[in-house]
Design a protein around this ligand. Structure first.
Ligand SMILES: [Zn+2]
Length: 158
């Protein structure tokens, strides 16, 4: 009986082992993929805040922040607050964000220029720590995809 039990344990173990590496690989693959996805509007996804959000420059150059749920789809903002400073250090543009159509939209457009530095300050809730996200909004069209460079997820150097 003891032999039979250990035999069936061995068989079970043998059956399970080959399945593991494939599952691991799949997990890693989808993780990498997720990091490289652009947002629902074709903007840049910022992962430093929970919930993650999409940074998107609208045609009038106002900035739209859309928070994303687990399925990467837009969720309405609750008590998150966002502010930003953009443009040249000598002449910064302060932006406040207000709720508009399920997102947070800046009161002012991005300053002139094709490469505009921005500092976003995001609070996920009134008690949360402020998360600062700095990057350059590169408004050039990517040569390889339909996105602007700031949102591009292509595999090239910027
Ligand atoms: Zn691209």
């Amino acid at each position: 009986m003891k032999t039979l039990l250990s035999l069936s344990m061995a068989v079970l173990g043998f059956a399970l082992i080959p399945a593991l590496p494939a599952a691991e690989k799949e997990k890693h693959h989808s993780h990498d993929h997720e990091k490289r996805e652009s947002g629902p509007n074709g903007g840049r996804v910022v992962f430093s805040v929970e919930p993650h959000f999409e940074f998107f420059v609208m045609p009038d150059r106002k900035v739209k922040i859309t928070f994303l749920g687990e399925d990467k789809k837009a969720i309405a903002p609750t008590d998150q607050t966002v502010s930003a400073i953009s443009g040249k250090r000598s002449k910064p543009t302060k932006m406040e964000f207000t709720r508009e159509a399920g997102a947070l939209v800046s009161d002012k457009p991005l300053p002139e220029g094709e490469r505009v530095p921005i500092v976003l300050r995001v609070k996920a809730s009134p008690d949360a720590k402020t998360v600062t996200e700095k990057f350059t909004v590169d408004m050039a069209d990517c040569a390889e995809c339909d996105l602007k460079e700031y949102a591009c997820v292509c595999d090239h150097e910027h």
